[in-house]
Write a new protein. Structure first.
Ligand code: GLY
Length: 364
């Protein structure tokens, strides 16, 4: 017995020692990160003197303007971001968000959205929600009036219905025509026939390549409180029930009110596989600037991309952008592929600025 047990005890001691060493390693890392955070915190403006700033994806110019105005009028920083993205959710001409968003492969519009409130570190989200054009508002109610974080599909719709949201057909005529054309030309081996060119609306032809689109909006107020929201109709013509990164806290958006926020637009699967937004905020906690944290995430994602999603030079053949705000108000948008731009409103006004890119598209 003794002879059999002794090696086991020895192994247990060895494992305990290993665990101790690993724990010591992670404690060193945590204390280095806390040291970096303490150094950043020491240099912050006084409450009331933080630079008020709202950033968004490039389709969010008016969203940043509205959110900024509301913050200046005293609105909560998350309420302001939500009011901003509601403009785009309501807009039938933005085919990547809310009403007018492109549908799934069955021709049904399914929306994803999440909100995260920095000051209380709470979040709410909905996924694969049909018939409700403002999923960001439903996500906020999930945050405030349930003990949950994420509701999906029929459950999310029942919850929205209970709160009095109006159900409507979100598929516009333009979105239906684009879906129909995609369906007709998808497969040579079925009974749909592609229409001749002269019968095709030029607007429809623009969508020959499957678009991803979304709006992310993030803000910091004068107290230094940070919040953000992401809302989308997701990947056009996705499988029914597909959920992207936008409603997944940590992937499509994340806020740590002591550090900053990150949110994203582009290929959601890449963010789900890399838990990008919370990882980027972690990099800022460890002392990286918003730009450096975002670029580091893009490099990691590029390195993790499978060959079928790479071009002949081994670079991702999809796009992805991060929008980051640090606690001191510094900000950046970083994209896999440039040139790209993002929207911003602050004391200097409302404008587009250039994103920093990892790769540049060849000029046409
Ligand atoms: N990032 C939006 C989506 O992939 O659904």
């Amino acid at each position: 017995m003794t002879q059999i047990n002794e090696p086991a005890v020895g192994r247990r001691r060895f494992l305990t020692g290993m665990t101790g060493a690993l724990a010591a390693g992670s404690m060193i890392q945590v204390s280095a990160e806390n040291g970096a955070l303490a150094a950043q915190s020491a240099k912050l403006p006084k409450p009331g003197e933080f630079p008020v700033r709202v950033i968004a994806s490039d389709n969010g110019l008016e969203a940043t303007r509205r959110a900024y105005d509301l913050i200046q009028q005293g609105a909560d920083v998350l309420d302001a971001c939500i009011a901003g993205v509601n403009i785009v959710e309501d807009d039938p001409n933005d085919m990547t968000v809310g009403y007018g968003g492109l549908p799934n492969e069955d021709g049904v519009v399914e929306l994803d959205a999440a909100v995260m409130h920095g000051p209380t570190h709470r979040a709410g989200s909905v996924a694969a929600l049909q018939k409700i054009k403002n999923p960001s508002k439903v996500a906020k109610l999930v945050m405030e009036q349930t003990d949950h974080v994420l509701l999906v599909g029929e459950g999310a719709l029942k919850f929205a219905r209970a709160h009095g949201f109006k159900e409507e057909d979100l598929l516009t005529e333009k979105a239906r025509k684009i879906w129909l054309y995609w369906r007709q030309k998808r497969d040579q081996d079925d009974d749909w026939i592609e229409p001749p060119d002269e019968l095709l609306d030029p607007e429809v032809k623009k969508y020959f390549k499957r678009p991803t689109g979304t709006i992310h909006c993030a803000a910091i107020d004068a107290r230094g409180d940070i919040s953000c929201t992401t809302t989308t109709s997701g990947l056009a013509f996705k499988l029914a029930g597909r959920v992207g990164d936008s409603p997944i806290v940590g992937a499509g958006l994340y806020v740590d009110n002591a550090v900053g926020s990150c949110g994203s637009t582009g290929r959601g699967e890449a963010n789900l596989l890399n838990l990008s937004s919370s990882t980027a905020v972690g990099l800022m906690r460890a002392g990286r600037s918003p730009k450096d944290a975002g670029l580091e995430m893009l490099r990691r994602i590029a390195a993790n991309t499978v060959p079928r999603l790479c071009d002949k030079d081994g670079r991702p053949n999809y796009d992805l952008t991060f929008y980051l705000i640090a606690k001191n108000g510094d900000y950046a948008a970083v994209s896999l592929w440039g040139p790209a731009k993002f929207a911003i409103t602050d004391a200097k006004g409302t404008r587009h600025e250039a994103s920093v890119s990892l790769y540049e598209r060849a000029a046409k």
